[in-house]
Design a protein around this ligand. Structure first.
Ligand code: PMP
Length: 440
């Protein structure tokens, strides 16, 4: 027989997962893994939540699929209503899709459709260097990671890229400790002006840079300055909250830390905690009004999915009732503090950063010069493998320094992680790091 899964696991013979509960996963051999990555920073409410599974089963039994161009439903409308109470978007209109990349594609099209509806032919979207927004073509184009873009470059090139607040390697180091927000905003404004007046449709960025740069928190003056530049030039702000949404950074959305009110917002991952492939593209009331008056031709077969909405609603209610956003802030502070205590003096640990339960640890060859390791040493991969050997799952990111060099691991356990589990995560991480990078 020749039927095989197109395997995404890099190691030969990946383990076969059998079940998972809370923060723990088990393979068919009975091995236990502490899931400090929430899969891919996805699982918020924890694995194996009966309440979520029951809501999904109930909805599937009532009606699983109804085409979005024909029907809405109680569950879809209730989900949108309850989301409106937590979304940082004015008068939000929610477009449910199947994942983060679809949400980004949808938001990009909404941005252009908005300007066209108002008689402006704006087509350029500005993203940021080092950013990750998904693997479909539009999302890849606004992403700024050379290693992912390189093979597909002939298909890309419509987007432009500006600098990213990455304080450990700040492109404007002379502006600190005050904060580089004003300089970043200036750089964005220069790019908008050089592209040409009335050409830029939107600026897309993660409020806290996640997968690509490893939990880079911008200085407090960044978002107010950048949002002001966008408003002044008629450029819509798209907050990509696929990773940072639904409590991950200790607030409902990353935007909340700075009072950012984006025109468009994308979510995924934590929206369903991984129980269903769910993404959300959210438009503000004014954006929605312009688009829907002109007619927005868009949709996917599985948009506005009934089971997806039931899953999202059940997850949202768990997050609220169990106060998991607050828990993320508390446990996240503990996680970062314990990592600093345990690994902060390690000669190859350059930076420990993050907000809430999104924490990045960047490894360097030299702490003084902040020189990254040569990528051929595969430090990240070896730390991830050593952690897995010890029964700890962490998320990896490489190429953080200049797109081709740099090593870091990202931690993002389910928000239900206990204080004892946080301590166990840090113990195992310390053992993994010191086994790969033994201190002198
Ligand atoms: N945007 C961000 C910020 C992400 O982190 C991701 C996934 N890592 C995506 C978009 C793409 O989401 P998906 O993989 O669900 O398509």
């Amino acid at each position: 027989m020749s039927g095989h899964v197109f395997s995404r696991a890099t190691a030969a013979g990946p383990p076969r997962v059998s079940h998972a509960r809370g923060v723990q996963m088990f393979d068919e051999e009975g091995r236990r893994y502490l899931d400090a990555a929430g899969g891919a920073i996805v699982v918020g409410v924890g694995h194996g939540r009966g309440e979520v599974v029951a809501a999904m089963a109930e909805q599937a039994g009532a009606v699983a699929y109804a085409h979005g161009s024909v029907f809405t439903s109680e569950v879809l409308e209730t989900y949108a209503l309850e989301l409106a109470e937590v979304l940082p978007v004015d008068d939000p209109r929610v477009y449910p899709v199947s994942g983060g990349s679809e949400a980004v594609e949808t938001a990009l099209k909404m941005a252009r459709a908005y300007h066209l509806a108002r008689g402006e032919d704006r087509s350029v979207v500005i993203g940021r260097v080092g950013a990750y927004h998904g693997n479909s073509r539009g999302a890849l184009d606004v992403s700024g990671r050379p290693s992912l873009r390189r093979p597909y470059e002939p298909w890309l090139g419509h987007a432009r890229h500006t600098s990213t607040p990455y304080e450990y390697r700040c492109p404007f180091p002379d502006s600190h400790p005050v904060g580089c927000g004003a300089r970043q905003a200036e750089a964005l404004e220069e790019l908008i002006t050089s592209v040409g007046p009335g050409q830029v449709a939107a600026f897309i960025a993660e409020p806290v840079a996640g997968a690509a740069l490893g939990a880079c928190v911008p200085p407090d003056d960044y978002w107010p300055a950048v949002a002001e530049v966008c408003r002044r030039h008629g450029v819509l702000v798209i907050a990509d909250e696929v990773m940072t949404g639904f409590g991950r950074t200790g607030a409902w959305f990353g935007s909340d830390h700075w009072g950012l009110r984006p025109d468009l917002l994308t979510a995924g991952k934590g929206a369903s905690s991984g129980y269903w492939p769910l993404g959300l593209a959210v438009a503000s009331g004014p954006v929605h009004e312009a688009i829907s008056t002109a007619g927005f031709v868009h949709g996917f077969t599985h948009s506005h999915h009934q089971v997806g909405a039931a899953t999202g609603l059940a997850v949202l209610r768990r997050l609220r009732e169990e106060r998991l956003v607050e828990a993320s802030a508390d446990r996240g502070a503990q996680l970062a503090a314990e990592i600093v205590r345990s690994l902060g003096a390690h000669p190859n640990v350059g930076d420990v950063r993050g907000r809430g339960l999104l924490v990045g640890v960047e490894f360097v060859a030299d702490r003084e010069s902040r020189e990254p390791f040569d990528r051929s040493l595969r430090v990240t991969e070896r730390v991830v493998a050593a952690a897995r050997e010890l029964g700890l799952l962490v998320y990896s990111s490489t190429g953080c320094a200049d797109g081709s060099r740099g090593d870091l691991v990202l931690l993002g356990p389910p928000l239900v992680v206990t204080s004892e589990e946080v301590t166990e995560i840090v113990d195992l991480l310390t053992r993994a790091v010191t086994s790969v990078l033994p201190p002198p």
